[in-house]
Write a protein that binds this ligand. Structure first.
Ligand code: NAD
Length: 352
């Protein structure tokens, strides 16, 4: 096949390796930053305080109110904290929620961002900010949003609970699966997607068995970086659209929703995108949807949307929302088939 593609790379600096958190101070100095505001979620405040102490005079405060879907009200409080301590950059320690807050701050004041990523969501390598206000989630894209430096230190992820590790890892795998059939895919994103899927497929069962296994943690973080890079480079389709709808309109948790829907959306597109999905299908026993379902079940992942609190009565409205605005997908978006897909995912059945 003759190659025919456009590829835009993102100018992020990636520092990968166990113990690499020791390099944060040097990275701040390279960026000419002297006054970092350290960000975290409330449950990770102690880890953020430790990092603050480790950075010595390079850190001037901790803001630990980061929350899922980046509420604008939280960002406004963070902006006030940033001004109050006269910060000149942010250091985000955490997953997509904390990274979202760092991006939201940078979007408003252009503060340089150093992100220490500790889940597998991948937001740290995308130029995309999703934020919520008055129950509405909007997405903004722009170069100022992409963090300048990302630190991947597997030692900081050994305490990520196995259940979150599993759903977060499946969230990462969803970026790769959709990246494989993206209309604007290119040879590099294809390579990254397959390598990312392979790493996470190896890592997640090992993490469930031995959460403190540094090699497995490193494999998972490596896979997350690759899958996140795919998300940051190409457009997403049905899977991300459905997750966005269910997260935004029914307040379902991000990673769990991705984990439950992935086998079903992969099965929906399996035939229409059979050629580009072939390397992924091969990793999961030849049948991507069913193989991913068995993989998730084996990891103890949630399988049914019902368990996340979605009501069966909401499925018709979710279908309407999902088919409302047309978007590209390898298989046409068929209302009846989407309703069936959601029904199976709600009940937790293996994809047909
Ligand atoms: P999260 O950041 O909320 O983290 C999940 C939980 O894990 C939190 O309670 C957090 O405190 C905890 N945690 C994180 N690291 C830990 C560690 N090392 N040890 C113990 N606990 C730890 O969830 P997430 O799934 O990483 O991110 C979800 C958010 O990210 C959503 O708002 C989603 O929209 C966004 N997101 C955005 C993009 C993008 O490109 N813009 C991509 C992916 C996700």
């Amino acid at each position: 096949m003759a190659h025919d593609f456009v590829y835009t790379s993102h100018p992020a600096r990636i520092i990968f390796g166990p113990g690499s958190q020791a390099r944060i101070a040097d990275e701040l100095r390279h960026l000419d930053c002297r006054r970092a505001l350290v960000l975290s979620t409330p449950t990770r405040r102690n880890a953020a305080l430790e990092l603050h102490d480790q950075l010595g005079e390079l850190a001037v405060g901790v803001f630990s109110e980061a929350a899922m879907h980046t509420p604008v009200a939280v960002t406004e409080r963070a902006m006030a904290a940033f001004a109050q301590v006269d910060a000149d950059c942010v250091v985000a320690l955490g997953g997509g929620s904390t990274v979202g807050l760092a991006k939201a701050i940078a979007h408003r004041n252009d503060a340089p961002q150093v992100v220490v990523a500790t889940t597998y969501a991948g937001s740290e390598v995308t130029p995309i900010l999703g934020q919520t206000e008055n129950g509405l989630k909007t997405t903004i894209k722009g170069p100022g949003i992409l963090p300048e430096v990302v630190i991947y230190d597997a030692e900081l992820t050994v305490d990520l609970p196995p259940a979150i590790s599993v759903t977060s890892g499946l969230n990462a795998m969803a970026h790769a699966v959709e990246g494989l059939y993206a209309r604007d895919r290119n040879p590099l994103t294809g390579l990254m997607a397959v390598e990312g899927l392979d790493s996470l497929k190896r890592a997640l069962p090992a993490i469930v068995a031995r959460p403190h296994d540094l090699e497995a943690r490193s494999d998972a973080l490596y896979g997350a970086w690759l899958c996140g890079s795919v998300l940051g480079s190409v457009g997403m389709s049905l899977h991300h659209k459905l997750c966005h709808t269910l997260g935004g309109s029914f307040d379902l948790p991000h990673a769990e929703t991705h984990a439950i829907l992935l086998p079903h959306t992969a099965a929906y597109n399996a035939r229409a995108a059979a050629d580009v999905l072939a390397p992924a299908a091969q990793l999961f026993g030849g049948e991507l949807g069913g193989g991913l379902y068995d993989f998730a079940a084996g990891l103890g992942a949630p399988l049914a949307l019902e368990t996340l609190g979605l009501r069966e009565a909401d499925l018709d409205r979710a279908t309407e929302l999902a088919v409302m605005n047309p978007y590209w997908n390898p298989r046409p978006i068929e209302r009846h088939a989407i309703r069936e897909l959601l029904g199976r995912a709600w009940r937790g059945e293996r994809p047909a």
